[in-house]
Write a protein that binds this ligand. Sequence first.
Ligand SMILES: Nc1ncnc2c1ncn2[C@@H]1O[C@H](COP(=O)(O)OP(=O)(O)O)[C@@H](O)[C@H]1O
Ligand SMILES: [Mg+2]
Length: 796
Amino acid sequence: MTSQGLRASLEGIRAAKTALTDKTLSQHKLAIALGITRQPVSKFFAGEPVSRSCFVQICQHLGLSWQKIAGLPEDRISELTATSHGNNRDLNILVQEIRQKRQDKIQDQCGNLQILDIAQAIPLVDIYTIVYVLEKITSQRWLEMGDLLKEFCFESGFKRLEKDQISQKLSGLEAVLLYSKLMILGKPGSGKTTFLKYLAVECNKGKLQPNLVAIFISLKDFAEDFKDNSDFSLLKYISQEFLSCGIEAESTLSLLIEGKMLILLDGLDEVQMDEVNEINKEIRRFCQTYYKNKFVISCRIAAQKYKFPGFTEIEIADFDMQQAEVFVKNWFVAVAHESRENGEAIGNLFIHQLNLPENKQLRELAVTPILLHLICLFFQEKSEFTFKPAKLYEQALNILLSRWDEMKGIQRHSVDCNLNLANTKKLLAQIAAITFEQGNYFFDEEIIQPLIVQYLTKDNEYCHGSSKLLNQQFQDSAKLMKLLEVDHGVLVERSQEIYSFSHLALQEYLTAKNIVLNHQYQSINQLVNHITDKRWKNVFLLTVSMLPDAEAMLRLMKQKIDFLVAHDQKIQDFLLWLYQKSNSVTTQYKPGAIRAFYIVCVGRSLEVFLKGSNFPQHQVFCHSSSYGLERAMIGNLAFSPELAIDEFLTSTFACAGELEFACNYILNDAIVFDYAHALNIAFDKALNLVVEPKFKQFIHNLKKQLPNAQSNHHKFRKWWIEHGKFWNERFRELLVKYRNICHDWQFSKQQIELLQEYYIANKLLINCLNTANNIKPAIRQDLEERLLLANTKIKK
Ligand SMILES: Nc1ncnc2c1ncn2[C@@H]1O[C@H](COP(=O)(O)OP(=O)(O)O)[C@@H](O)[C@H]1O
Ligand SMILES: [Mg+2]
């Protein structure tokens, strides 16, 4: 051994030559395989000194012990181990030097992000949001359908932005420190590339793993070079990359042998299908040879079934609300070029609006960074969420199905199936519509495949030019299924072999799209049959917003609504009363809105009388505080004296009902007193507004009959139990006589449920009317005028 390196002994050279022949290699091929020049290899076989790292490398490749080839006696081997400490010091100096040389390259390669629909590259540090990972891969869970359904809640979709239980998550950086071989899985646009770039930048700055040198490799680029040149290898790729920064191959090799690199292999899913096996093999070989280094590979979650030995798999977690907030604030500064102060303010506004109940579908999309970016783009236009959701969903689909790939120059395997973007959407729309109709948010592979076969058979014109596809429908349906999952991430595997759409919002959108694509009486009619099912609300709104002319649909909705209550005489009588009562008040509002107002008033009194029965209170058709229907028609109901009187009187009557319930069923006197107090307040407000002298006098007298609750709770309760029922009846008589309100309708539980459905369906109709495109004023007026009318009045 010399201070410069090691030389092979005569015995060693002989052994090496034999190994070379055994492996059918030449010196030239060996140099290529090692990614080094021919010179050190020739020197090795000539018994001349070569660098220690090169020497070890050659021996390892030939499967020989380097110590033996160098002919080192045992004591020299331990001496060598001792000097390795000194070598370590040298290595660390080398790491620092190389990092410096790599600085510009890393910055150029990883320091900026090319963002969808944004012309300029954005500095990574300005936009980066901390990444969390899950140590349990969702698709590898063995949950049954029932378990998934238990986790699922229609109201919140598969996963909406929420304050997450951080405890289940690990920060991405921690995971990198924890595991030396990491496979990061994630959905399209979930931030895999961004995270790997961030690791490269941070490592090169010395902030992360300061004793390592980072290299970021796009596997798509590598595979392309690999294809052109069969001698190509990861080692060669890295050597060339380092050489371009002025780093000699020998130094590169030393780093690799000593495990001084952080090797980031991005986008395994972006490698073309026919090259995947070769690339997998090369990665495996490379990782095994240079096992001392740290490796991070990224891949789409569904794409990789091959497991690299020794790798730990983790999954990028969806964004939670805190991450979204940081992202959005950074976005408005870095991407929209607002000042920090403005950016934060817009970000706060964004998050506030995103949290409103009506934006729950957007919250579901916002868990995916690329889709959150899209929502920011839409929001930027108007500083509010007033855009048409259907447009956003269409864009989101386009991103997942093609645009995100196109931007990166990736051709997915879809081309094999001859399925273009429009047809992919049609197929997805059919799958969505059928599964949504069946109420299936999760489905087995077996459910989807026949749908795909059916699609291929029925719509074979979509697959023209591919007769092979038609002949092999069954095999190809499996292939298509994978494609929809792997290539696009629109379908995801939630547990082993159980699928769902990536976002419930997209399933709803695609269901609506399917209706619009088959825009026929039958499909609209089928939709309208779901008018009372709140699960379908979004599908209605999305459909109506996409139909070029929604008049027929709105009219059909109106017909179904009227039909709902057409055969119930009591409800028809009630609607007649509603008509008469609403016509009797003088306001400037539309009659339909006034009817909506009074139906809510009735709902309140019903609510009270349902107390004590088993009927859940929240199911009363229009809960006290919601005046949703007339608000949808005329905005907030402004002050109108007549309406205000009836509202306060109804409240008072409702309070009396509450009191009745409390006195009879609640033991605690203090609670009874609270109700009595509420009744007093409501009564005074109503009295203040009433002008009709006789009526005012009567109800004034009625109020005077009430004993003072404050002085003696117990006595008050006793009085009420004895006289309350009668008092309430008297109050009702007065309200009926002087105001024509608070009738005792004596609805059955079924009738109340029906009225509730009727109210919700009407609200949906008005929301659809407000959402539809190009509705002629005359049609709007017609529908509004006929809202909440009894059959006899409609037909007139
Ligand atoms: N951690 C993050 N911080 C900020 N933006 C992110 C982050 N992750 C992803 N993004 C945004 O989402 C886009 C898609 O992310 P990317 O990493 O390319 O996804 P993937 O590689 O998983 O398909 C990025 O261009 C960026 O706009
Ligand atoms: Mg990527």
